[in-house]
Write a protein that binds this ligand. Structure first.
Ligand code: SAM
Length: 216
């Protein structure tokens, strides 16, 4: 169930659903998603669905990972990406094969530690991790040409907008848990009057909430 044939079938499905970036598809074809979920769920790792990873959290659906990654790379490859919501580490692992540097923030310590072990075992040396409330971003490494948020706030956190570099792009799901969530693409454009944040609404999505405070 974790064979190359099963992975190839997932990639075919992503193509059918409109993913076009061949680099993204190639990385997703080779990344062992079954190592990012509990062994008991590994037989479902190459289904195009979100799966539980413990602590009430999920590993995102492969289509959403592919779509968000493809959009983030649509203006060229940024030199670094800030991800908020490390979770299993799968999205960060995909990004790490496509961009030079990945910085990822997670509020739940056990998830962060598991992700760190996975990166070590897979030899992914260009991912830095931080145990923190990612609503505050990671100011020490700002500004970021690319920010990806993988949990949904009701409004875009101001700190993340502040840490977006001029010309940079953020992909973020926004909305309530009970209502509709929308994936937003936000670009920071510099005009004569100062900086402007241009928002484009993309797909309807369903993400776990972006919560404040950290958990040991
Ligand atoms: N990117 C993840 C992956 O590839 O497995 C999926 C992320 S899961 C849908 C959302 C993650 O965001 C959870 O692990 C959750 O604990 C984390 N999260 C929620 N609020 C957060 C916050 N304020 N700061 C950092 N992480 C947060």
């Amino acid at each position: 169930m974790t064979s190359q044939r099963t992975r190839d079938r997932l990639i075919e499905r992503l193509r059918e659903k409109g993913i076009r970036n061949e680099d993204v598809l190639r990385v997703m074809q080779t990344m062992p998603r079954h190592l990012f979920v509990d062994e008991a769920l590994s037989h479902r790792a190459y289904e195009d669905s979100a799966l539980p990873i413990g602590q009430g959290q999920t590993i995102s659906q492969p289509f959403i990972v592919a779509r968000m990654t493809e959009i983030l790379l649509s203006r060229g490859v940024p030199d670094k990406v800030l991800e908020v919501g490390t979770g299993s580490g799968y999205q960060a692992a995909i990004l790490s094969r496509l961009v030079p540097q990945v910085l990822s923030v997670e509020r739940i310590a056990p998830l962060l530690n598991q992700a760190r072990d996975r990166f070590y075992k897979l030899g992914l040396g260009n991912i830095s991790l931080k145990h923190s409330d990612g609503s505050w971003g990671w100011p020490q490494h700002a500004p970021y040409p690319a920010i990806m948020v993988t949990a949904a706030p009701e409004d875009v956190p101001k700190s993340l907008l502040d840490q977006l570099a001029p010309g940079g792009m953020m992909i973020i799901p926004v909305g309530s848990q009970s209502g509709v969530q929308k994936l937003l693409q936000i670009t920071r454009q510099t005009t004569a009057d100062g900086d402007e944040f241009v928002r484009t609404e993309l797909d309807p999505v369903r993400f776990v909430p972006l919560l404040g405070s950290i958990r040991k």
